[in-house]
Design a protein around this ligand. Structure first.
Ligand SMILES: [Fe+2]
Ligand SMILES: [Fe+2]
Length: 266
């Protein structure tokens, strides 16, 4: 079936394929939330996903070194890394919408809302970087998030088990420390941006938890045992304590899951 601009699941391919980062974010914000939805359509991969700018250069994450945050460059490096995560997060949310068919309408609407919030996060940080004399693309970045997207493109359960409820949930754990570092370095504006991001990221992880359980139930799988299998099968990055238990509870992790994470060093 040829792509129809009137269908939401085809429309997300526009921003997903866009190469310019700011344009990608703006196109995402411009997607009409009330477009008709064809939940059952199987959409062919158009190739070139995701569209990405030539800068930043992608390198291995171990070669990225932090600099002291009391210098503008050190702060810009940290903010650049967060902007890069947000750009990936736009692509990850849009990718779920076109790639995985036969889910309920609410599922696609949830991921469209998430993509728009990620676009907002990206632009908040990108504009802050510009105000500091830097921009997105100034520094190298790594590709760990999209690597996980590639590895999990064949199975929705793996995608939502390992991206929103693992990698984005790690973001909840890291957020208070990052905010404190930025505020200690005197960047109160960046601290406020981190507050906005954390609040909305809780909603993204909550959506991940909700739909992960939905798919587990559909397939007759135990959510906790399945999660352990997914972590091993896809070689997901290990979680590290301390966990942001308050944010994780707000995002719908229950006590059994949190105890499991703590007991297994996941
Ligand atoms: Fe985000
Ligand atoms: Fe997110």
């Amino acid at each position: 079936m040829p792509p129809s601009p009137m269908d939401l699941r085809n429309a997300v391919l526009g921003p997903l394929l866009a190469q310019n980062a700011v344009q990608k974010a703006e196109l995402t914000l411009g997607l009409q939330a009330d477009l008709p939805l064809n939940c059952q359509a199987v959409i062919a991969d158009p190739g070139g996903i995701p569209g990405r700018p030539l800068q930043p250069v992608l390198v291995s994450h171990t070669s990225l070194k932090a600099k002291p945050l009391n210098t503008p460059e050190g702060r810009a490096l940290l903010l650049h890394a967060i902007a890069h995560i947000e750009l990936n997060a736009i692509d990850l949310a849009l990718d779920v919408v076109w790639r995985f068919d036969s889910m309920p309408e609410d599922f696609y609407r949830d991921w469209l809302r998430i993509a728009k919030e990620e676009a907002k996060h990206f632009l908040l940080i990108q504009k802050h970087l510009v105000s500091m004399g830097f921009d997105y693309g100034c520094f190298p970045a790594h590709n760990s998030l999209w690597d996980m997207a590639e590895r999990t493109k064949g199975d929705l359960l793996a995608r939502i088990g390992l991206v929103p409820r693992t990698m984005e949930a790690r973001g909840l754990d890291a957020s208070p420390g990052v905010k404190n570092k930025l505020i200690s370095a005197g960047d109160l504006a960046a601290g406020r941006i981190m507050d906005i991001i954390l609040e909305e990221e809780i909603g993204h992880v909550a959506a991940g938890n909700r739909w992960y359980r939905h798919v587990c139930k559909e397939r007759g799988l135990d959510p906790i045992a399945t999660y352990r299998e997914l972590i091993q099968q896809y070689d997901a990055p290990k979680l590290k304590s301390p966990y942001n238990l308050e944010a994780r509870r707000m995002a719908g992790f229950d006590d059994e899951e949190l105890q499991y994470l703590a007991a297994n060093g996941l």
